[in-house]
Design a protein. Structure first.
Length: 331
């Protein structure tokens, strides 16, 4: 496919916003959007809010908001499927010429969107927000994010832009390609990087969350990072092979030493080293099996070919039938 160059004018923009137990944040989101959206001028817009199985009053708020506002579209899941599944659904339901992915807490500010639109109009297909600073986040979260992006870039995927979340503007052709990618384990920012085309960063300062709490506690972050690594790279499994070879070489040296000890009649001693060796080998084997198991588990999830999410209700947008539910446009 040829790359777009030159200029174009954006006429229809979709916003995709995942929502999970955000009742404290949604009034703020609505107010901010209602103040900011008129600055879009002639650009037509729609806002696709994906309720990821919230157990609070988020859906009631969204229902009220969607009432008499046809541009507010709500997709509600049958349960919590996770942030990446919610964004995946939003991308499938969005019909704009370009799509902006936003978090409901507006930590990624709307003020960066005009720059994204300008870059899109210059011909870029993916305009991602790049955090130059993060306000109000713990040193621990900043440090783990820093390590994660560097690790991902060095070992997993060199084209993965660092300090970049899902906040980005994506052209219709890239959205269509990502919608057509069937994998169950979705690490969307990796998938966007994989697709290619013209990418560019828009730097911004990530605000602090003003209402409610993060829906990404440490355990979920860790799971997300591990999913990202194992769905994009065979590096851990290769490292296991390398580790196995290293341990085998070490074991061979120990055998030589044991043989030597036997020759010189010094075989009673060595209980400690023997125990250490057994423990180390046992640990390595379990680790190796665990990592192989992780990949087998991923294959298991993929071959089941279950839907990535289940939609219970839609407001101001038609609910596709079971055949096409992952892409209401039939793509
Ligand atoms: N979210 C979601 N499903 C989940 C967890 C989070 O849809 O299982 C949404 C959440 O409502 C928010 C966005 O994903 O709009 C990012 O979550 P959050 O702000 O809690 O993450 P953080 O900014 O702390 O990394
Ligand atoms: Mg947030």
């Amino acid at each position: 496919m040829s790359q777009t160059s030159g200029s174009r004018t954006l006429s229809f923009l979709s916003f995709v916003i995942p929502v999970y137990n955000e009742q404290a944040t949604l009034p703020f989101l609505r107010e901010q959007l209602e103040t900011w959206l008129p600055t879009l001028g002639d650009v037509r817009y729609e806002i696709v809010l994906v309720d990821d199985g919230s157990s609070d009053n988020s859906f009631a708020f969204l229902t009220d908001w969607a009432n008499n506002h046809p541009e507010i579209k709500v997709v509600s899941f049958s349960r919590n499927f996770g942030h990446q599944a919610a964004v995946t659904a939003g991308l499938a339901y969005a019909s704009g010429e370009a799509v902006v992915i936003l978090d409901a807490d507006l930590q990624d500010p709307l003020s960066a969107v005009p720059d994204m639109i300008r870059r899109y109009e210059e011909g870029y297909d993916v305009v991602y927000g790049q955090r130059i600073a993060r306000q109000g986040e713990t040193t621990f979260k900043k440090a783990t994010a820093w390590v994660f992006y560097r690790l991902m870039q060095k070992c997993v995927y060199k084209d993965l832009p660092k300090d970049t979340g899902d906040f980005r503007l994506v052209s219709r052709r890239v959205v269509d390609i990502v919608n057509a990618m069937p994998e169950a384990h979705r690490f969307l920012r990796g998938m966007f990087a994989w697709v290619g085309f013209r990418h560019i960063a828009v730097p911004y300062v990530r605000d602090e969350r003003r209402f409610g709490e993060t829906k990404y506690p440490f355990s979920k972050m860790l799971r997300f990072a591990w999913q990202a690594i194992t769905s994009f790279s065979a590096l851990p499994i290769r490292l296991v092979c390398f580790w196995g070879a290293l341990v085998a070489c070490f074991g061979f040296l120990i055998c030589l030493y044991a043989l030597y000890s036997w020759c010189v009649g010094d075989t009673v001693q060595g209980w400690t080293s023997l125990m250490g060796l057994i423990a180390m080998l046992g640990g390595s084997c379990i680790l190796a099996i665990g990592i192989v198991g992780e990949y087998v588990g991923n294959i298991f999830e993929e071959v089941k070919m279950r839907p990535k999410y289940l939609v219970e209700k839609c407001l101001n947008i038609s609910q596709p039938d079971m055949e096409t539910k992952q892409s209401p446009h039939g793509r």
